[in-house]
Design a protein around this ligand. Structure first.
Ligand code: GMT
Length: 387
């Protein structure tokens, strides 16, 4: 198949999933065209089945806000036409589902039907999409997509609750590459982080409000009072300065390290004892899955899709949002009992295997085929090479 992938080329989960999906599809022989304003971070190196089409804005003085939606739509029309794409797969509804609809209409006028699949990732529904400044357009664009997927049952459910959706939404979970995310021996690194054999907790996110990173610090404070421990904070984002202040106020700076954005997360996860995800909203929690694949049990909230991946009392524990006492209590239960921690480590890996990339990518391929078959029937879509 010839597939166009549209995503945010940032460190956010939706961009990561879109890039890893495109890479996996290319390895399987599909031709993948990434269309976005910058090369996504995980899209490095050359692959014969991958092309990258950069969307560039013309810097015209009239535009206080460069009209990215228009330039992206024009680029989609161009790429679909010249590369003879079979379908467009857009990640994150805003504005991608809307822009794809516009491109579809332009192409239709030229006699070409291009099916569009929209994958909902989370905040495009639960935080941003739900906001009245976007809601009517988000609802319209989802309904106009040929196919819609969501990354968890919970997100599917929430989409139906928040919007009037007139079509089915297929759940296709996030996935993990178990060859990359696995526990490896990083003793030297562990010694550098925790020279006295302290327990190591880790949090990875984009430090947005929705992640409640301050709860990680408060929970760590409780743990730190009971056992020797270190905390690694990986990622960066708008809340970082406040968190650094809080760290100073709590007098924990000697035992908390801000590592910033990191590419080789698996190497850091390899030394961790527990992963902490106290999010207010989390449609899936890809970072938690990657931790589980590295045999790191998860202390998380019970929000959104988290209970679908983190099994309470087996792969980690779930707590109500903001209940740092409960999170610390659960963490201490595991950190103080090596046998129990070991069992949870094994369970975490076992659970992560259910989301193996080799299981999930074929679900996308099957869904693409289903949407293409439907489009051929309902829209009398001519094959791409007849255009
Ligand atoms: O806010 C983020 O974590 C980034 C956001 C995104 O769309 O870039 O992540 C969402 O998509 C990920 C991939 O599908 C999910 O694993 C995350 O749970 C989800 N984040 C939230 O729902 C907060």
């Amino acid at each position: 198949m010839k597939i166009g992938i549209i995503c945010y080329p940032t460190y956010g989960g939706s961009g990561m999933v879109a890039t890893e999906l495109g890479l996996a599809l290319a390895r399987k022989g599909h031709q993948v065209h990434f269309i976005t304003y910058r090369r996504p971070p995980r899209l490095s190196g050359f692959h014969e089945n991958i092309s990258f089409h950069e969307v560039t804005d013309d810097d015209y003085p009239l535009f206080e806000y460069p009209p990215y939606d228009t330039t992206l739509a024009s680029k989609l029309v161009e790429v679909v036409h010249f590369e003879q794409l079979d379908l467009l797969h857009v990640h994150y509804a805003i504005p991608h589902a809307t822009v794809a609809y516009l491109a579809k209409k332009v192409l239709l006028q030229r006699g070409r039907y291009i099916p569009v699949i929209t994958t909902l990732h989370g905040t495009d529904i639960t935080v941003v999409g739900n906001n009245p400044s976007f809601a009517p357009v988000v609802e319209f664009s989802i309904n106009k997509s040929d196919g819609v997927t969501a990354v968890s049952q919970s997100l599917r459910q929430q989409t139906f609750e928040y919007f009037h959706i007139q079509k089915d939404i297929q759940v296709i979970y996030n996935f993990v590459d178990l060859n990359r995310f696995r526990r490896t021996n990083k003793e030297h690194f562990k010694k550098a982080i925790a020279p006295q054999g302290e327990r190591i907790l880790i949090h990875v996110s984009n430090f947005r409000k929705v992640k409640r990173v301050e709860d990680v610090l408060h929970m760590f404070q409780i743990i730190h009072q009971q056992i020797p421990a270190k905390l690694l904070l990986v990622g960066d984002g708008p809340e970082r300065r406040k968190l650094e202040d809080l760290c100073r106020r709590l007098k924990l700076c000697d035992d908390i390290r801000f590592l910033g954005k990191q590419d080789a997360i698996e190497e850091i996860l390899a030394v961790a004892d527990l992963f902490v995800m106290p999010s207010e909203n989390e449609s899936f929690g890809l970072a938690a899955l990657e931790a589980m694949a590295c045999q790191v049990p998860v202390i998380s909230t019970n929000t959104g899709g988290l209970p679908e991946i983190n099994i309470h009392g087996k792969t980690g524990f779930l707590s109500p949002i903001g209940d740092v006492q409960d999170m610390a209590h659960n963490a201490l239960k595991l950190l103080a009992n090596e046998t129990l921690l070991d069992q949870f480590r094994k369970n975490a890996l076992e659970q992560a295997r259910k989301f193996d990339i080799n299981r999930i990518v074929p679900q996308y391929e099957a869904y693409y085929q289903h949407i293409l078959d439907t489009a051929v029937h309902t829209h009398n879509m001519p094959p791409a090479d007849a255009w």
